[in-house]
Design a protein around this ligand. Structure first.
Ligand SMILES: Nc1ncnc2c1ncn2[C@@H]1O[C@H](COP(=O)(O)OP(=O)(O)OP(=O)(O)O)[C@@H](O)[C@H]1O
Ligand SMILES: [Mg+2]
Length: 376
């Protein structure tokens, strides 16, 4: 469903950009409320009413088709998730992950083929679960090899980070699986980012797939060969996009089959220790702060009240990327010579299943826990 076209049919095409910028896609559109429309920037009551009525109509017609046995809602959702040009080739920046089961040939020599296929099925389920949890796309299972894309068909601003998180999750959940004789399984993961051309559908029936042309998938596979069992190795191109989000071990320049020059490779040790995403992505000098005099003056004025014993709470809210963290950083620079204890708690969409994650992070940083510390 083309939302801009739909808006045009209602004579409300002026909201096209706002809908797009707010990621209102077909499946979301059907659930929009008056409050959502306000947030999107539809301030006119008349326009809101008109939109809500049109949405209700859409909802009715899709449930009517559903009732008739059709699949309108699924179709709407499918259309929303379909790539922009489903048939043609597309040039894309893609993060490619390649995962491989360690020692599978040796295991298959020891066990019955049926048992082996059971093991491979468990392993593939494990990979598929983690990769889709981070919204990656499984391009292909090749026996015990798994090829996945992050950035196609749907791109996210943090595809490299998603790929690494998925890679770590795959490695740790494969380690929970057991070979028939009880030994834990292990896999290796390689990740690389680069420009590729996601091509037209090739092959026939079940073998139909979109060919990704470019050296990135080969690089991911070569890096996977380098990885120690249970670990994730990333290319320089991916590392660039990760800031200090993860703790990486430089493996030095590596000569890889098919690549003329030696390439850098990094093994992921785990989550980084940066206090916040802002710190993780801004390790060098920042550009000069522009404007924000009033906001800073207000914050400093409240600071002095707090110093006088009048406790203060300030809520700083705004759109993503508007400069909230930067203002906090500027405030802390102004307070560099003061004595105070900053306590920072950060939420993360990747840790919604971890109870009290922000508090745990705060305590870990305060206690200066190290990755290699023993539990006691
Ligand atoms: N007033 C400013 N002068 C110069 N650079 C700025 C200013 N405000 C923000 N920036 C820069 O813009 C980028 C985004 O800002 P920032 O990360 O602070 O946004 P945010 O509102 O905290 O975003 P998010 O909601 O994603 O956390 C950063 O690189 C920051 O340094
Ligand atoms: Mg921020």
């Amino acid at each position: 469903m083309d939302i801009e076209e739909w808006l045009r049919s209602l004579g409300l095409q002026q909201y096209g950009t706002a809908f797009r910028e707010n990621n209102v896609e077909a499946e979301v559109l059907l659930r929009l409320t008056a409050e959502d429309l306000k947030d999107i920037g539809v301030s006119s009551v008349g326009h809101r009413r008109k939109l809500l009525e049109a949405i209700a109509e859409l909802r009715e017609s899709s449930s009517a088709i559903l009732a008739e046995g059709g699949k309108a809602l699924t179709q709407v959702a499918e259309l929303a998730s379909a790539p922009a040009s489903p048939t043609g080739a597309e040039r894309r920046q893609l993060t490619v992950m390649f995962a491989d089961l360690v020692g599978s040939t040796a295991i298959s020599a020891r066990v019955d083929p049926e048992e082996m296929s059971e093991i491979i099925r468990g392993y593939q389920n494990c990979c598929a679960g983690e990769i889709t949890r981070f919204e990656g796309h499984i391009a292909k299972f090749m026996g015990d090899g798994v090829l996945a894309y992050f950035g196609w068909p749907r791109a996210h601003e943090d595809d490299a980070e998603r790929a690494v998180r998925a890679g770590l999750a795959v490695a740790s959940s494969v380690a929970q699986l057991r070979a028939p004789e009880g030994k834990p399984l292990a896999c290796r993961v390689g990740i690389a980012t680069g420009l590729v051309v996601v091509g037209e559908l090739v092959g026939d029936k079940e073998a139909r797939e979109r060919a990704v042309v470019g050296e990135t998938p080969t690089l991911a596979s070569r890096l996977q060969d380098l990885a120690r069992p249970g670990s994730v190795v990333v290319a320089e191109s991916t590392r660039h996009l990760l800031g200090d989000l993860f703790e990486l071990e430089d493996l030095g320049p590596q000569v890889l089959k098919g690549f003329e020059t030696a390439l850098k490779a990094f093994s992921v040790r785990g989550e980084g220790r940066a206090e916040s995403r802002f710190e993780a992505f801004h390790t060098g000098a920042l550009t000069k702060l522009i404007g924000r005099e009033q906001e800073l003056a207000l914050l400093l004025e409240r600071w002095s009240r707090a110093e006088d014993g009048e406790g203060q709470v300030i809520l700083l809210s705004g759109e993503p990327g508007i400069g909230k963290s930067r203002i906090v950083r500027a405030l802390r620079e102004h307070l560099a010579n003061e004595s105070y204890i900053p306590l920072s708690n950060y939420c993360s969409p990747y840790h919604t299943n971890s109870a009290l994650y922000p508090v745990v992070g705060l305590l870990e940083r305060a206690a200066q826990f190290d990755r290699d510390d023993t539990p006691r």
